[in-house]
Write a protein that binds this ligand. Structure first.
Ligand SMILES: Nc1ncnc2c1ncn2[C@@H]1O[C@H](COP(=O)(O)OP(=O)(O)O)[C@@H](O)[C@H]1O
Ligand code: SF4
Ligand SMILES: [Mg+2]
Length: 347
């Protein structure tokens, strides 16, 4: 099979375990919790997939595992058909070359004592892709590609605004034309006035270079405009994947319905069709994930259905529906129906 016929990114059964904080008994194995549990996802070349979910659901952990910054306990990652094992140091080193990440905070992601020119030379020097005599001109053209002036190479990060710093972080990420970029909430630390410029830049670069991108965000209106597909994460599992426009028009999973219902701009558009759904309580701790369907302790559909035992005892798998949408719920069609307040609270 040629490299082009593979998805840019294929993730299979990825799990990450962290050591739980707190005291533990002497001589006992340290307690761990699963921050990611059996995540599988493909992203095609030139495709942007959005990743949404409440804070703490595992989005950054997935991003870091894909760029080799976090050790995994199970799973494999193929980048353009090339196999890597992120449980092994050699696999993580390979991923660090193949995939690049843009972080949320442009103030902490650039070294304060290095000039922009030095920071942007590093990817070329580390990967040995540009000779020293051509370094300066490559750094200057990289700055131009992200809408900055070549003169900026001589300056330090403190001379730049948040939006300009994020452009520099994006320039560093795309220096060696990686097939896959992870953008972890890249505009949420920026002024609203510059957010659209950075999103347009990411979209232009994706189109020009045919890059695949995982775009992590909690802003559904952004995801809807930038992403072709969306994956929804809850407690370290993907619970729904589908085309962005179809999903925002009618979710298949009750958690997605609740997220959309809580999003101000989407809520306004759908106000006539659906009563708002309030997600009760906080996300449960990863250290005490509920039995059966992990969402059952907060699920409006579970309550509306009269609290079926199956939701408490069996974990629904991510199944492909006739529409092509994937959902991990025993009643996926009903999540798309206009929501009514729950009939009765489940004990
Ligand atoms: N290095 C780490 N060690 C221990 N726990 C971590 C670590 N990184 C993240 N976590 C925990 O893993 C869970 C998922 O975190 P994260 O991936 O940052 O979520 P999100 O990006 O969706 O907000 C959280 O409970 C978080 O506290
Ligand atoms: S399986 Fe049951 S608890 Fe889980 S999302 Fe579906 S209805 Fe809710
Ligand atoms: Mg995060």
């Amino acid at each position: 099979m040629s490299q082009n016929s593979h998805p840019a990114l294929e993730i299979r059964d990825l799990s990450v375990e962290f050591r739980a904080s707190g005291n533990r008994a002497l001589f006992k194995k340290p307690a761990t919790f699963k921050a990611l549990n059996g995540v599988s996802l493909d992203i095609q070349q030139g495709e942007v997939v959005g990743l949404i979910g409440e804070s703490g659901s595992g989005k950054t952990t997935l991003g870091k595992a894909i760029v080799g910054l976090t050790e995994t306990s199970t799973g494999s990652i193929h980048v353009k058909g090339q196999h890597t094992d992120p449980a092994r140091a050699s696999g993580r080193r390979a991923l660090a070359q193949l995939v690049q990440m843009v972080f949320q905070d442009p103030y902490s992601s650039l070294h304060p004592r290095k000039t922009i020119g030095t920071t942007l030379s590093e990817p070329f020097l580390i990967q040995g892709t540009v000779s020293r005599d051509k370094l300066q001109s490559r750094v200057q053209s990289l700055l131009q590609r992200v809408g900055l002036s070549p003169d900026h190479a001589a300056r330090y990060p403190q001379h730049f605004s948040g939006g300009q710093r994020q452009r520099i972080a994006i320039a560093r990420a795309i220096a060696n034309d990686p097939p896959v970029i992870i953008a972890d909430e890249p505009v949420s630390a920026l002024d609203v006035s510059v957010q659209a410029q950075i999103l347009n830049l990411l979209d232009d670069l994706r189109t020009e270079q045919n890059m695949a991108m995982l775009f992590i965000s909690h802003d559904l209106s952004v995801v809807r405009h930038l992403c072709q597909r969306v994956a929804v994460m809850y407690l370290g599992r993907i619970v729904e994947i589908g085309a962005a426009k179809e999903m925002t028009a009618g979710p298949a999973h009750p958690y997605t319905t609740a997220l959309l219902s809580a999003a101000p701009r989407v809520k306004a558009r759908n106000r006539a069709q659906a009563a708002p759904i309030v997600l009760s309580g906080d996300v449960p701790s990863h250290a005490a994930i509920p039995s059966g369907c992990p969402f059952h302790t907060r699920c409006w559909l579970y309550e509306q259905k009269g609290c079926p035992a199956r939701c408490r005892t069996e974990t629904p798998r991510l199944e492909t529906l006739p529409s092509g949408r994937q959902s991990a719920c025993f009643f996926p069609k009903e999540a798309a129906a206009p929501a009514r307040p729950p009939a009765a609270a489940c004990s």
